[in-house]
Design a protein around this ligand. Structure first.
Ligand code: WT7
Length: 655
């Protein structure tokens, strides 16, 4: 949580009304309409959600019960049957949407594909049949480790079609991180590519896969499906590895969508927590489909001719919910881009907005700060007049970045939706509605209809106006996490036991600090736990520390986040060494590489500080708060009386 952010948002008084022209044509047009929806959802949540489910989704069989809430376990649309892939594809094939582009894709080298709903349906059916042919059955897990190419969406939808929960692993994760996730999920098949293009270099995905699976380290994997993307030579393991295009050629394009129970798992997505290895967040079919569908429609004010571009990677929840499932369930056109801004083409994103007439653009504050740094000449040199709505997600946005986004990208005419949510929430929870909400730069404003959010103290009592507290959600919602895969105890203790239930009311613990201002606006300030947010990516301190102590030189490691202008936070590691080792630049480099190998480049520490001892309490707990202040170059303030040895602190100051 960056102190700069908190300070500046406290001074934020600017208010931006939705442009009249925007509101006039919006799906939700007035503040009263929002309030009515909100009130209806609050007073009778079950009929609120049932009506939307009936109207917006296709069900093979209607549910018997809308919500079964046995805290902390919720089930939605119990007894109902549907298929996520069917809702995203098949139901759009009857009318005009059949030949509408579902997916516009641009590769980094400049190759481009436009795939209509009918074509996407065909390719998904072929891959679904290929998976079945390889023995994947309903309920089996399939790993996906792909660059941002159409096959990523096709693979996800193919899994959904046959009821095999996918677990997508971000292509930037290392072999080690991939192995951990595949092992935990017990995946039967892995879908990958020879490589992907990023900043004009090949990302060697298949090489990582070979490393992850070497010596039968993931015994559950029977086959690896390889997409031909970069075409460079790779190792093919006979009997195990198969080419995607060969499979597709052999497979039939007829594949009925499997009717799934509403509560059948749709996918598992791993995310970092405060302790232990990443946890497998389980999302189920009906509630997830419904909530991502309706939030896409209302938050992004989706209209038939929109071209929707969410710049996230499909390896994160943002890509699941707002590249693939939410927009396609609505029959929208999405844009997908493989590459990233790079020295030879720093304005590539704006070229794509201009070329494909993008209307809705959804990105992260860290990206916006990079755009600012690259200079406004780049966007100014392109025609961005097609844009009508902007969004941000992933971390608090500093008001100055918000203002730049508004002025330079939005031409002062596009509303901005600052959307707060998490991997666990499945969809957007706190957000403006663009035709309705007056926005304040840096505030995610108000909860979506059906979401009861509050800011409380550790006893669960609401705190006062402008008081900082813990952000909680007080009632179940359709796309909430159902459990931690294979670990319901961890689900219970992480999300439901930090704050005790009050009068039988359970509170979902978000891990974020927040405050509500005098106008009722919510200001999310960032994680209050040991989770670091680096460029919108969530990393647990424990994971990085485990990677560091796996090196023989390291006795103890403590990792903290340091505020960073570009990335939000960057990682600083404090290390004590085993006796026979001495600090050196060489060793620093080695330790950084160790983290990259164990997790991925996104976790590489910005700096490593060697020290004699770490500050600990008498019970032996590392006091990260002090290290955070030190890393940030601040005065170490607050209580230091619980330290076991106060001289440790003085020595640290002199490092
Ligand atoms: C954490 C969730 C779900 C989107 C991508 C990240 C932070 C997310 C905002 C926002 C302030 C935000 C929170 C949250 N966060 N959006 N609009 N304003 N903070 O998903 O990896 O599960 O991380 O991202 O700290 O807890 P995630």
């Amino acid at each position: 949580m960056s102190p700069n952010t908190i300070e500046s948002v406290l001074q934020e008084e600017r208010l931006f009304s939705p442009p009249v022209n925007f509101s006039k044509n919006a799906r939700i047009q007035t503040w009263e309409a929002y309030q009515e929806l909100y009130e209806k959802a609050r007073s009778d949540p079950e009929s609120f959600w049932a009506e939307i489910a009936e109207r917006e989704l296709h069900w093979f069989k209607k549910w018997d019960k809308v919500l079964d809430w046995k805290p902390p376990f919720a089930q939605w649309f119990v007894g109902g049957q549907l298929n996520l892939c069917y809702n995203c594809l098949d139901r759009h094939l009857d009318g005009d949407r059949r030949d509408k582009p579902a997916l516009i894709w641009e590769g980094e080298p400049g190759d481009c594909r436009i795939i209509t709903y009918a074509q996407l349906h065909r390719e998904v059916c072929e891959m679904a049949n290929a998976l079945k042919h390889l023995g994947v059955r309903k309920g089996d897990r399939v790993g996906i480790y792909l660059p941002m190419i159409p096959e990523a969406a096709i693979a996800m939808l193919a899994c959904a079609r046959i009821g095999a929960p996918h677990t997508v692993v971000f292509g930037g994760f290392s072999a080690e991180a991939l192995k951990d996730r595949l092992l935990d999920a017990n995946a039967k098949v892995l879908i990958t590519a020879d490589g992907g293009w990023r900043k004009e270099e090949i990302v060697h995905l298949k090489q990582q896969v070979d490393k992850a699976l070497a010596d039968d380290k993931v015994p559950s994997i029977e086959h690896v499906i390889v997409v031909r993307r970069t075409g460079h030579p790779i190792h093919i393991e006979p009997g195990r590895d198969l080419w995607w295009d060969d499979l597709q050629e052999e497979a039939s394009d007829q594949c009925p969508a499997e009717p799934m129970d509403s509560e059948d798992p749709a996918f598992i997505l791993y995310t970092s927590g405060t302790t232990g290895k990443p946890k497998g967040v389980v999302h189920t079919t009906g509630g997830y489909n419904l909530y991502t569908h309706i939030t896409t429609q209302w938050v992004f004010d989706l209209q038939e001719n929109d071209v929707f571009w969410c710049t996230a990677d499909v390896g994160w929840i943002t890509g699941h919910s707002y590249i693939v499932y939410g927009p396609l369930s609505n029959g929208a056109t999405i844009l997908m881009y493989e590459g990233a801004p790079r020295p030879s083409n720093p304005g590539c994103l704006w070229d794509l907005v201009e070329k494909h007439r993008v209307t809705i653009f959804y990105t992260a504050p860290t990206a916006i700060r990079l755009f600012i740094k690259m200079g406004e000449e780049l966007p100014k040199a392109r025609d961005l007049s097609s844009l009508r709505l902007l969004g941000t997600v992933g971390e608090p946005i500093n008001p100055s970045a918000w203002m730049w986004y508004h002025r330079v990208i939005g031409g002062e005419r596009c509303p901005i939706v600052d959307t707060w949510w998490q991997t666990e929430t499945g969809g957007i929870m706190i957000t403006p509605l663009p035709g309705v909400t007056k926005t304040k730069p840096g505030s995610a404003t108000f909860p979506f209809p059906g979401i009861i959010a509050d800011v409380v103290d550790l006893d669960g009592n609401p705190v006062g106006e402008n008081q900082g507290g813990y952000l909680v959600i007080k009632y179940p919602w359709p796309s909430m996490i159902r459990t931690v895969y294979k670990n319901p105890d961890r689900y219970r203790s992480t999300y439901w036991e930090n704050i005790p239930p009050k009068n039988g009311e359970y509170m979902y613990f978000t891990g974020d600090g927040a405050r509500r201002d005098r106008d009722g606006y919510l200001w999310v300030m960032g994680r209050i736990d040991d989770v670091i947010n680096v460029a919108g990516h969530r990393l647990g301190t424990m994971e990085v520390e485990s990677a560091l102590v796996s090196h023989p030189a390291v006795a103890e490691a403590a990792v903290v986040g340091k505020p960073s202008e570009l990335k939000g936070e960057e990682i600083i590691a404090f290390i004590t060494l085993e006796d026979s080792y001495v600090p050196s630049e060489e060793l620093k480099k080695e330790l950084k590489n160790r983290v990259v190998e164990e997790i991925g480049a996104l976790a590489r520490p910005e700096d490593i500080q060697f020290c004699e001892a770490l500050p600990k309490t008498r019970s032996g707990k590392i006091v990260r708060r002090l290290l955070r202040s030190l890393a940030a170059g601040e005065e170490v303030s607050g209580d230091t009386s619980t330290l076991e040895d106060r001289s440790v602190l003085d020595k640290l100051r002199n490092v």
